[in-house]
Design a protein around this ligand. Structure first.
Ligand code: NAD
Length: 546
C-alpha cells in the first residue's frame, strides 16, 4: 500500500523534491485513488505512473534529486535526469501526447498495450489530485450558478438527476445538497455508491427505482436537501424516469463517458465489464455509444420539458452523437453555460495540500483565506462549509476558486505562515488542468469561444512554458484529459511554499503568470470582461483593442 510520508522529516534532499514525492505517493493512497493497485487515480484509467517498475524508479529518483536537477517523466515513466538550475522545475512531465493524426483511442490503446504510454487524465499523472474535494468545489460552484440562473439563487425544492459516482462524479450529491437541493444519482457499481456514503458525500442508497423516486419526490416536496443513490444503468433509468414523467428540474451526468470502455452499456453486468471490454473493445465501444445515445436522448427529452440540462465535461454528447443521437448537442456544456465569466477573471481551481499531514494546517490556511478576501461572501460560504463537511482523503487539502491578483496573495501568505511556524510543514500549491488559461478542449473548457478558437492548442503549451519559466516546482503537459484522447490538450503546475525567500519569489511569479494566461486567452478571444480585468490589473496585452 502506498501512503505519503507525513511530518517534518525529509526522505528526499529538499522540500521541493520531498513535496513531489509526497504528492506522487498521495495520488496512490487508497483513500485517494480509485484503483491504487493498478496505479489508477481517477477518471477512467487516469494513472500516476505507467507501471510498478516506473513507480519505484520515480520514487528513487525523487529521493536522490538535487536542487539543480530536473527529472523528466514521459507518460508515467522516468526517462532522464538533467542538470538545470534552482529556478527550474524539479520535475517536467509529459503525459499521453500523440501527434494529432494519430490521436484516437484505438491507437492510444495499442501504444498503451505495448507499454509505451499511459493515460494521465489531468491531475492523476501530474500528482496533484486531492480526492473528490477537488471536483466538489467546482461542482458546488456550477450548481450555485444553475441556482442563480434558473431557481432564484437556491436549489431548494428542486430535483437534480445525474449518473456516475466515481472519483469526480461522487462530488455531485454533496454539491447539490450544499445548494439545498435534492439529487438522484444513478450508478451501476454498488461499491462506488457505498464508498460515497462512507465518505458522507451521498446521504443514502435506495432499494430500487420506485423507492428512489418516492424518497426524492418527498424531499423535493418538503424543500429538504437530500441525496439518494440508485444502483442501475443510466441508459435505462433516465428513459424510464422520462416515461414516468418524474418532475426533474436539472439533468447532468458524470459517468466516464470520455472513454467508451469506461461506460457500461445496457445489458452488460458490472462483473463482466472489464473482461468484455478487454476482449472485444470495438464491439463494447459500439454498444456503449448506443447506450449513451439512449441516455442523452432522455436528457434531450427532459430539456424539451423545460429542465435545465447540461453536459458536465465528460464528452457524453460527442459519444452519444457517434452512437446515433442526432440532437446530442441540443444542450450546452457547463463552461459556456456557467463558468466562462469566471475564466475571464483568471478564476479557477486553486488548491493546496498540507505536507505535514496535519488537518490543523489546513484549518489555519482556511482562516487565512477568510482574512485575505473578506469581501467575497461566496468564497467564505464555501470555505466554512468545506471545513465542516469535507472529509480529507490522503494529505489534508483545500480548494477554492481564486482569480488573477488573488492567487499569488494567498500563496505568499501561506509561505509566510510556513516561515513563521504557524504551519507545521510546507504547503504545495497547484491546480486542476481545468483552468482559465491552461487547456484547449472544444467540448469543455473552450467550447463555443467567442471567436471560434475552440480547438487552438497553443494556449496550454504557452501555459506550460510560462510556468516553467516562472519557477514552478513541477510542470505537466497532457493530452486527452477530461474529455478523452483527441479532444483536449492541457497543462498543470505545482509550486511549493517551503517558507524560504526563494519560494516567495517563485510563488509571486507563478501564481501571477499562471492565471494571467487565462485573462490573456480570453482577451484574445474577444471577451470584454477579460479586457476590463486586464486593464484594471495591468496585464500587458500588446494587441488588445479595448
Ligand atoms: P470514474 O471512472 O471514477 O467514475 C465513473 C463512474 O460512472 C463509475 O463509478 C462507473 O461505475 C459509472 N458508470 C459507468 N457507466 C455507467 C452507466 N451506464 N450508468 C451509471 N453509471 C455508470 O470517473 P470520474 O473521475 O468520476 O469522472 C467522470 C467523468 O467526468 C469523466 O469522463 C471525467 O473525464 C469527467 N470529468 C469532469 C470534470 C468536470 O469538471 N466537469 C473534471 C474532471 C473529469
Amino acid at each position: 500500500m502506498v501512503r505519503a510520508n507525513r511530518g517534518t522529516e525529509l526522505t528526499a534532499r529538499s522540500w521541493p523534491t520531498e513535496a513531489a514525492l509526497r504528492m506522487f505517493h498521495n495520488n496512490l493512497d487508497p483513500e485517494v485513488a480509485e484503483r491504487p493497485d493498478d496505479l489508477v487515480v481517477y477518471g477512467g484509467t487516469g494513472r500516476a505512473a505507467r507501471d510498478w517498475p516506473s513507480f519505484h524508479a520515480i520514487t528513487r529518483e525523487l529521493t536522490n534529486l538535487a536542487d539543480d536537477e530536473t527529472l523528466l517523466v514521459q507518460s508515467g515513466r522516468p526517462v532522464g535526469v538533467l542538470r538545470t538550475h534552482e529556478w527550474a522545475p524539479r520535475v517536467l512531465i509529459a503525459n499521453s501526447n500523440l501527434v494529432p493524426d494519430w490521436a484516437n483511442w484505438p491507437e492510444f490503446r495499442r501504444l498503451e498495450a505495448e507499454g509505451l504510454t499511459m493515460y494521465g487524465q489531468m491531475t492523476a499523472g501530474s500528482w496533484i489530485y486531492i480526492g473528490t474535494q477537488g471536483i466538489l468545489q467546482g461542482t458546488y460552484e456550477t450548481f450555485a450558478a444553475v441556482a442563480d440562473k434558473r431557481f432564484g439563487g437556491t436549489l431548494k425544492g428542486t430535483l437534480t438527476v445525474t449518473a456516475g459516482l466515481g472519483g469526480m462524479g461522487g462530488a455531485q450529491p454533496l454539491a447539490v445538497t450544499m445548494n439545498e437541493g435534492v439529487a438522484l444519482c444513478v450508478e451501476v457499481d454498488p461499491a462506488r455508491a457505498r464508498r460515497r456514503v462512507e465518505t458522507r458525500y451521498l446521504d443514502e442508497v435506495a432499494d430500487g427505482l420506485d423507492d428512489a423516486i418516492a424518497r426524492v419526490l418527498k424531499a423535493r416536496q418538503e424543500g429538504r436537501a437530500l441525496s439518494v443513490g440508485l444502483i442501475g444503468n443510466a441508459a435505462e433509468v433516465l428513459p424510464e424516469l422520462l416515461r414516468r414523467d418524474v418532475p426533474v428540474d436539472i439533468v447532468t451526468d458524470q459517468t466516464s463517458a470520455h472513454d467508451p470502455l469506461a461506460y457500461l452499456p445496457k445489458g452488460v453486468s458490472v462483473d463482466d465489464w472489464s473482461d468484455y471490454a478487454a476482449r472485444k473493445p470495438d464491439e463494447f465501444t459500439d454498444r456503449a455509444r448506443e447506450s449513451m445515445a439512449d441516455h442523452v436522448g432522455a436528457m434531450v427529452g427532459f430539456l424539451d420539458r423545460g429542465a435545465e440540462v447540461f453536459d458536465y465535461g465528460n464528452s457524453l454528447r460527442g459519444e452519444a452523437k457517434l452512437g446515433g443521437c442526432e440532437r446530442a448537442f441540443d444542450f450546452p456544456g457547463f463552461v459556456p453555460a456557467y463558468i466562462r465569466p469566471l475564466f475571464c477573471e483568471g478564476k479557477g481551481p486553486f488548491r493546496w495540500a498540507a505536507l505535514s499531514g496535519d488537518p490543523a494546517d489546513i484549518a489555519a490556511t482556511d482562516r487565512a483565506i477568510l482574512e485575505l478576501f473578506p469581501e467575497d461572501e461566496k468564497l467564505a460560504r464555501w470555505i466554512r462549509m468545506a471545513g465542516e463537511r469535507v472529509e480529507f482523503q490522503g494529505l489534508p487539502a483545500r480548494i477554492c476558486w481564486l482569480g488573477y491578483g488573488e492567487r499569488h496573495r494567498a500563496g505568499l501568505r501561506f509561505n509566510e505562515m510556513v516561515a513563521s511556524g504557524e504551519l507545521s510543514a510546507p504547503i504545495v500549491i497547484g491546480r486542476d488542468h481545468l483552468d482559465c488559461g491552461s487547456v484547449a478542449s472544444p467540448y469543455r473548457e473552450t467550447e463555443a469561444m467567442a471567436d471560434g478558437s475552440d480547438a487552438i492548442a497553443d494556449w496550454p503549451l504557452l501555459n506550460a512554458l510560462v510556468n516553467t519559466a516562472s519557477g514552478a516546482t513541477w510542470v505537466s503537459l497532457h493530452h486527452g484529459g477530461g474529455v478523452g484522447i483527441g479532444r483536449s490538450v492541457h497543462a498543470g503546475q505545482v509550486t511549493v511554499a517551503d517558507g524560504t525567500e526563494l519560494a516567495a519569489r517563485k510563488i509571486e511569479r507563478v501564481l501571477t503568470n499562471d492565471p494571467a494566461m487565462g485573462v490573456i486567452r480570453h482577451v484574445d478571444a474577444g471577451y470584454q470582461r477579460a479586457a476590463d480585468v486586464a486593464a484594471d490589473q495591468g496585464v500587458v496585452i500588446p494587441m488588445a483593442t479595448s
